[in-house]
Design a protein around this ligand. Sequence first.
Ligand SMILES: [Mn+2]
Length: 298
Amino acid sequence: MITFATFHVDLSDRRARRVLPYGAAFRDQYLQMIDLMFRSASLFHPNCRKVVLTDEATLFPQNWGDIEIHRFDIEPKTPMFSRVVSQERYVQQYDFGGPLILLDCDMLFNRSFAGLFPNSDFDIGLTYVERNDQPLNGGLIILADRHPEICSQFFQRFREITESDFSDKHAWFCDQLALAKMIDLDSTVSVGEQSNGRRRATVDEARIELWPCATHNFTPENTFSTILDADQGSWLLHFKGAQKRLMPHYWRAHLEGQSGGGFLSPLRRSISKAAIFMGAVYESIKWRLPKRTESPAA
Ligand SMILES: [Mn+2]
């Protein structure tokens, strides 16, 4: 059984909002994203475990389906460092009765990750893009269940580097900078001719497998026209930054109702696709309107 663990702390109060470099999504929007992310996980991984790592204060709905809330004594004003701390503590207490996927909540599964584990002997799985400063995405960290001790040591090292080397980036980006320091993308090796971009590295004893973000952690363009059709190639869609607005539309048009949903399901899907189409039409004519400034992606 695969466990999916996301991280969320409520930053919607004014004090915490000062740490956000750009507009905070509202609390309810985050709860909706967590809900949809877990629904998509369940769609492709029946009977998976769903876990939210959080602080002592963040409120969640009572009896929130089968979602488990794990609370840690962490500082919400430094969300990315606090995420690494809670991930490390969770990994240390995890029973490794199956793989563990640590992921952002602004993501939708588009196919099953279960096949990754029997087909390779990695301990830690990550996704990368070819860029200099932060090539490894901190939003998706995959732990196989073969060597719990090695995974635990990797996370301890990960947290130590995040804490000591990037203390000025504890609000944002310390995790991705630490991963880049631990794993130099230029020194990773391609798995083979048919690798489709898959690469390998070793950190201490941990075997690291890297997949391209283009296939395993794909961020679509921030337009309705790019989500008119279901994505055929990507395993996981990552609605970073301003793209978050597209996530519920993609869910309703292309994923919801795949496992039944009753006789109204095709009708609801058609209505959702029509809404995306109207969004695309609006985008194609809005060149007359003042341009919105785009936020950097997180
Ligand atoms: Mn994200």
